[in-house]
Ligand binder design. Structure first.
Ligand code: FO1
Length: 312
């Protein structure tokens, strides 16, 4: 079975590693949000791509979910000594990824090609696919003005109310050939439990992506990132609320209306079944909050079984 997953950062990476463990080597492609990318000190940093890559390679920091395990921060301390503001914690080993990626981008290689090489070097059998090769930047409208995503997320600790989302550059982007192949060749498509606004939102906003998903016959299933009215991680609940969406699994399902055949929700949200079914989706209520280790593969297998049965 070939599977194409759509993912943001930490939450998407968790389910992706479960899918990788549940599938034959090479059967998983993960299409990853790149609208969080930015360029501190002139280096192209791609937080969601790297989070997925490090997690699938088994080298992610298990405490934060992002960055590398056994990391040191001597370079950052040196930058701080020069008087630089070091609010974004780039580790010494992580820096190697950004240095190499930046050098290769400047040499004219595509982000897709570079991530393919880096992830193969780390021993990942499947594909880690940027949503597009063009630069797209999430800009958030807040009472404090327009904020770049990492400024909002890391520097200001998600403390600002989000009043709007602008995806700078999205109109000039398009799904890569690798993304289109992964979508059209998949037997099941999985929307990971990532933030529907700023993680999966940008992927679905790449012109042509919704159409590619709509025409492929594979069943499409999402895992809700909202459980009992709260986000599993990050500011998704507050963002959904301030942008006028329901802070429920049904609210998330509404954002994916017309695209999905099924939605996996936590047992806590069994009561939302009818609201979701009204949107034309089937519902699986299970233990959708992933614990560590094998729990990820357990949920991945349940999602795949549910997905595969949807069009049978
Ligand atoms: N998240 C933080 O909360 N603080 C950090 O200092 C930080 C550094 C960082 C470095 C590299 C990387 O790939 C990710 C990093 N993240 C950090 C995570 C990341 O910025 C966010 O989790 C995502 O952008 C949201 O999906």
């Amino acid at each position: 079975m070939r599977v194409c997953a759509l993912a943001g950062g930490v939450g998407g990476a968790k389910l992706s590693v479960g899918l990788q463990d549940a599938l034959e080597p090479g059967a998983l492609s993960v299409v990853v949000n790149t609208a969080d990318d930015f360029d501190p000190w002139g280096l192209r940093v791609c937080p969601d791509l790297d989070t997925v890559m490090y997690t699938l390679a088994g080298v992610a920091n298990p405490e934060t979910g992002w960055g590398l395990v056994d990391e040191s921060f001597a370079s950052l301390e040196m930058l701080s000594g020069y008087g630089e503001d070091t609010w974004f914690k780039l580790g010494d080993r992580d820096l190697a990824t950004h240095v190499l990626r930046t050098q290769r981008l400047r040499a004219g290689e595509t982000l897709t090609g570079i991530m393919g090489e880096l992830s193969r070097a780390l021993g990942i059998p499947g594909g880690i696919l940027p949503m597009c090769d063009e630069k797209v930047s999430t800009m958030l409208k807040t009472p404090a003005g327009l904020l770049e995503f990492q400024e909002y997320f890391v520097r200001r600790r998600q403390g600002d109310e989000v009043l709007g989302v602008d995806l700078k550059g999205i109109e000039d982007s398009r799904p890569t050939g690798a993304v289109l192949e992964a979508v059209s060749g998949a037997d099941v498509i999985v929307f990971c439990p990532s933030n529907p606004v700023v993680s999966l939102g940008p992927i679905l906003s790449v012109p042509g992506m919704r159409e590619a998903l709509a025409v492929t016959p594979a069943p499409k299933v999402a895992v809700s990132p909202i459980v009992g009215g709260k986000a599993l991680k990050g500011p998704a609940d507050r963002m959904l609320s301030s942008l006028g969406h329901g802070v429920t699994s049904a609210g998330v399902a509404a954002l994916y209306e017309g695209l999905l055949d099924g939605m996996v929700v936590d047992r806590t949200d069994e009561g939302e079944r009818e609201n979701i079914e009204r949107l034309g989706m089937r519902v699986l209520a299970t233990d959708a909050v992933m614990g560590p280790g094998p729990d990820r593969e357990r949920l991945a297998r349940e999602v795949l079984r549910f997905g595969a049965g949807l069009k049978a």
